[in-house]
Write a protein that binds this ligand. Structure first.
Ligand SMILES: Nc1nc2c(ncn2[C@@H]2O[C@H](COP(=O)(O)OP(=O)(O)OP(=O)(O)O)[C@@H](O)[C@H]2O)c(=O)[nH]1
Ligand SMILES: [Mg+2]
Length: 405
């Protein structure tokens, strides 16, 4: 039998560090590492037990150009795990490169850190969540992925597979609970797109600056200040968000550049997960950009500091004396200048993005493929075909992400 070559991957991020960790995976990992490693006690790596750590020196068999610097032997710690061996060495680039070079000489093939770590995963969700975890931007999303790494989704799908053929109603309930997490699940590593749009001069740029906490966009008292789409990353209630500020929407734009800005703004709105339609609270009727439509829209009345209003409940001004303000009339009243109403606005945005946040420890599907399979399974289950639905879930559990092929 031909054994696959050992996989090698640097687990520590690129750049300078005190210590670096290199993973070597596959059935030939111990042989490849043992060829270069001399333990201080003389104990052999091949006989080391999983979990055991050996201290010693790294001495490449043949001196490659990079390896010459290590001829005296780099001090390393080698740790043996069931599915991989880790070499912990000095974090300098020269040491890392030399060790990687000598492992390549032993037939090692480069792999990604995620692929190296996935070897230890007890199920496909543990491996995929680990890979996603490295791209999580907030503690909240990392915690959800960690729950999946620890088995929440795996356990929920095992249970679903058992329930589907026997109790269709219960299975549909469980499927709906998983499918309800679609929004949150698909935005654990990819930020939500939230776009601020509206008529010129209503304070969109002021608002994005107030939310981001720094002056990302130029604010000026002339309409048409923002010409292009400007974005900034932030987290709202722990959900990763890419906020976009856009050019004020008006059709009689002064020049071609402004007109192009309006076109870009409209295109951005179309792709948004949530549109924040900003209106000037001092003159809502004149500053409503009627062309702005979106299935997920929040109306925000800005410049609250300029109107005499009780901000205590931070609701929109909808007293009868004013012009009818916007379709629906509901919205939030804020002041980008004073910050009044901003915490409530952020809370509203978070609730609109994720109406039902997953409770700690609960199962959350997190790949598009998970939702595709679960949606198919739900259709089958709803049509009374619980056994076929259970087969789809089985395939997902076995790591096959393309059921139906
Ligand atoms: N008093 C008060 N003035 C504000 C507030 N928000 C914005 N402004 C002022 O309104 C003017 C326009 O603000 P911007 O943030 O540039 O408005 P914009 O919607 O980005 O404008 P365009 O980019 O031209 O579409 C500036 O003079 C701001 O200082 C607010 O909450 N209160
Ligand atoms: Mg602007």
């Amino acid at each position: 039998m031909i054994l696959p070559p050992p996989g090698i991957a640097e687990l520590t991020p690129a750049g300078r560090g005190a210590v670096a960790v290199i993973a070597v995976t596959g059935p030939q990992a111990a042989t490849a590492v043992a060829a270069c490693f001399r333990s201080a006690t003389g104990r052999s790596l091949e006989n080391a037990l999983p979990g055991q750590m050996l201290f010693g020196r790294w001495q490449p068999v043949k001196a490659s150009r990079e390896a010459t610097e290590l001829d005296a032997g780099e001090e390393v710690i080698v740790a043996r795990f069931p599915q991989r061996i880790e070499v912990h060495c000095h974090g300098g680039r020269a040491a890392v490169q030399a060790i990687l070079a000598s492992l390549r000489q032993q037939g090692g093939v480069d792999q990604t850190a995620a692929a190296a770590m996935a070897q230890d995963a007890p199920n496909p969700f543990a491996a995929d969540s680990l890979q996603a975890l490295s791209q999580a931007r907030t503690e909240r999303t990392a915690a959800i992925l960690l729950d999946q790494h620890r088995g929440a989704l795996h356990a929920a799908l095992l249970e679903l597979g058992r329930v589907l053929p026997r109790s269709p109603e219960l299975a549909l309930e469980q499927l709906d609970r998983l499918l309800d997490q679609r929004g949150a699940g698909l935005h654990l590593t990819t930020p939500w797109q939230v776009v601020l749009a509206g008529a010129p001069n209503v304070g969109k740029s002021s608002l994005i600056n107030a939310i981001l906490g720094y002056d990302r966009a130029i604010v000026f008292d002339q309409p048409g200040t923002t010409r292009d789409v400007l974005t900034g990353h932030t987290a709202i209630d722990g959900w990763p968000v890419e906020l976009a500020d856009t050019a004020g929407i008006r059709w009689a734009a002064d020049d071609d550049i402004e007109q192009q800005g309006v076109g870009r703004a409209m295109a951005r709105v179309e792709q948004a997960d949530l549109l924040i339609h900003v209106i000037d609270a001092t003159d809502p009727a004149a500053s409503t950009a009627a062309a702005l439509t979106h299935p997920h829209r929040l109306t925000v009345y800005n410049k609250a500091d300029l109107i005499a209003s009780d901000l205590s409940n931070a609701e929109a001004p909808n007293d009868k004396q004013r012009q009818p303000i916007a379709p629906g009339g509901a919205g939030r009243l804020v002041s980008a200048k004073t910050g009044a109403g901003l915490p409530e606005l952020l809370a509203t945005i978070a609730t609109m993005l994720v109406p039902k946040p997953p409770p700690p420890g609960s199962a959350v599907p997190f790949l598009a493929a998970h939702f595709t399979v679960l949606t198919e399974a739900r259709q089958l289950a709803a049509a009374g075909n619980g056994t076929t639905a259970a087969e789809q879930i089985e395939r997902l559990l076995s790591g096959d992400k393309n059921p139906g092929d």
